[in-house]
Write a protein that binds this ligand. Structure first.
Ligand code: AMP
Ligand code: MG
Length: 340
C-alpha cells in the first residue's frame, strides 16, 4: 500500500548530535537537536553516546511540542542506521525501537549521507551533485543508474575532522570549524599565504599529509594561527571545489548542492559560488540548520521511503541493526519511482 499523508519522526545520532525532527506531508514541522561539545580536545565516542542517552527524551519531547503533535499521531519512526560511531548509533536505534514498540508504528532505517542530499532538495534542486563535507564524511555524491554514487571522496580523514584536528593542535576545543573560520577571516586581511601540500587525485582528496605539515608548522611556534588557518582554508577548499567541478563535468549535471557542517563556512560557499558561476552551474545551499546533522533530514527521507511502501513492522524491529560503516553506494535505492 502506498501511503499518501504521513507524519514521520526522524532520529539522528551518528556522531556529536542527537536530533529529532518531524515531517508532515513533505514539510518539516520541527527540528530539535542537542550537540556534544568539548572545551579542549576532540570527540570521544563513548562520551558523545552518554550525552545522547541523557538528552534523548528531552529532545524528543521538544520536537513533538514544536511540531504541535501528540505521540499517537506519529505514523512511522525513521532513524540514522549509518555510517557513524557505533556507541552513538546504538542510542538512536534503541530509542527508535522503543518508540516503535510503544506506539506500534513501523521503523524506517535511513542512510545518513543520503539524508543530507535529500533534505537539500528543499532548496529546489532536483538532481544535484552534492559536495558533502561533514566531520567524518567528505564525499561528492550524485544519483546515477539507480544508486547514489560516490564520485570522489577523501582517501583518509573527513574534512571536518581534519579541521577539528588542526584546531586541537592549536589548543581550540570541539567543534573547531567555526573558530578556525574566524581566524582565517583575520588571516585573509593580511593575505600572508603559506604554501601547503595540495593533494588531489582525480576526484579524490587526501588530507592527513597536510595535517602533519600543519602540525609541524604549529609546533615551531613561528607561524601565526590566523595565517595558517587562512592558508589551510584556501588550500583545502580549493581541493574540494576542484574535485566537485570535475564531478559536475563528468556527470554533466548542472546543479551543485552543499551539505554537511563544514559547508556552513562562508568562504567555502563563496568559492563554490564562483566556480558555479564560471561554468553556468546552479548553486544550492540549504539554511544552516539543515546543513548540520539533525533529525529533520532523517524524517524527510524517512517519509519519502514510507510513501514508496517500504517500512519495517514493529514486530520485526529485532531484525534491524546499526551499520557503522555503511557506504552511500551500497544502499539499495528502492524508494525512487524509477526503481519501484
Ligand atoms: P556535521 O558532522 O555535518 O554536523 O558537521 C560537523 C563538522 O562541521 C565539525 O567538524 C565542525 O568543525 C565543522 N564545521 C562547523 N561549522 C564550520 C565552519 N563554519 N567552518 C568549517 N567547519 C565547520
Ligand atoms: Mg553529517
Amino acid at each position: 500500500m502506498v501511503i499518501q499523508m504521513a507524519i514521520v519522526l526522524g532520529i539522528e545520532s551518528t556522531a556529536h548530535t542527537f536530533g529529532v525532527g518531524v515531517v508532515k506531508d513533505g514539510k518539516i514541522i520541527s527540528n530539535i537537536k542537542d550537540s556534544y561539545t568539548t572545551k579542549k580536545g576532540g570527540i570521544i565516542p563513548l562520551e558523545s553516546a552518554k550525552h545522547h542517552e541523557i538528552i534523548k527524551k528531552e529532545v524528543y519531547s521538544k520536537a513533538l511540542k514544536e511540531a504541535k503533535i501528540k505521540e499517537k499521531e506519529i505514523d512511522a519512526v525513521a532513524f540514522s542506521q549509518g555510517p557513524g560511531l557505533s556507541p552513538c548509533l546504538l542510542v538512536g536505534i534503541r530509542f527508535a525501537k522503543e518508540i516503535s514498540k510503544n506506539l506500534n508504528i513501523p521503523l524506517i532505517p535511513v542512510n545518513h549521507c543520503i539524508a543530507h542530499l535529500e533534505v537539500g532538495k528543499i532548496t529546489g534542486t532536483k538532481d544535484p551533485v552534492m559536495l558533502y563535507v561533514s566531520g567524518a564524511n567528505t564525499q561528492i555524491i550524485a544519483y546515477a543508474s539507480q544508486k547514489f554514487r560516490v564520485f570522489g571522496e577523501t582517501l583518509d580523514v573527513g574534512v571536518g575532522n581534519f579541521i577539528d584536528n588542526f584546531a586541537r593542535y592549536s589548543g581550540i576545543g570541539f567543534p573547531g570549524g567555526p573558530i578556525v573560520e574566524k581566524l582565517a577571516k583575520e588571516g585573509s586581511k593580511r593575505k600572508n599565504f603559506i604554501e601547503l601540500p595540495y593533494t588531489v587525485k582525480g576526484m579524490d582528496i587526501a588530507l592527513s599529509g597536510i595535517l602533519t605539515n600543519l602540525r609541524q608548522k604549529i609546533e615551531t611556534g613561528k607561524y601565526s594561527l590566523e595565517d595558517l588557518a587562512y592558508s589551510m582554508q584556501e588550500t583545502v577548499f580549493a581541493m574540494l571545489v576542484e574535485t566537485a567541478e570535475r564531478a559536475l563535468a563528468h556527470t554533466e549535471k548542472n546543479e551543485l548542492l552543499l551539505g554537511g557542517g563544514v559547508s556552513c563556512n562562508l568562504r567555502l560557499q563563496e568559492m563554490c559560488k564562483i566556480m558555479c558561476k564560471e561554468r553556468g552551474t546552479k548553486f544550492f545551499c540549504p539554511e544552516k540548520q539543515f546543513l548540520m546533522d539533525q533529525g529533520a533530514m532523517i524524517a524527510f527521507l524517512g517519509e519519502i521511503i514510507l510513501k514508496s511502501g517500504i517500512k519495517i513492522k514493529p514486530e520485526l524491529a529485532d531484525t534491524l541493526d546499526i551499520m557503522p560503516r555503511q557506504r552511500t553506494d551500497e544502499v539499495e535505492v528502492k524508494w525512487k519511482k524509477e526503481c519501484l
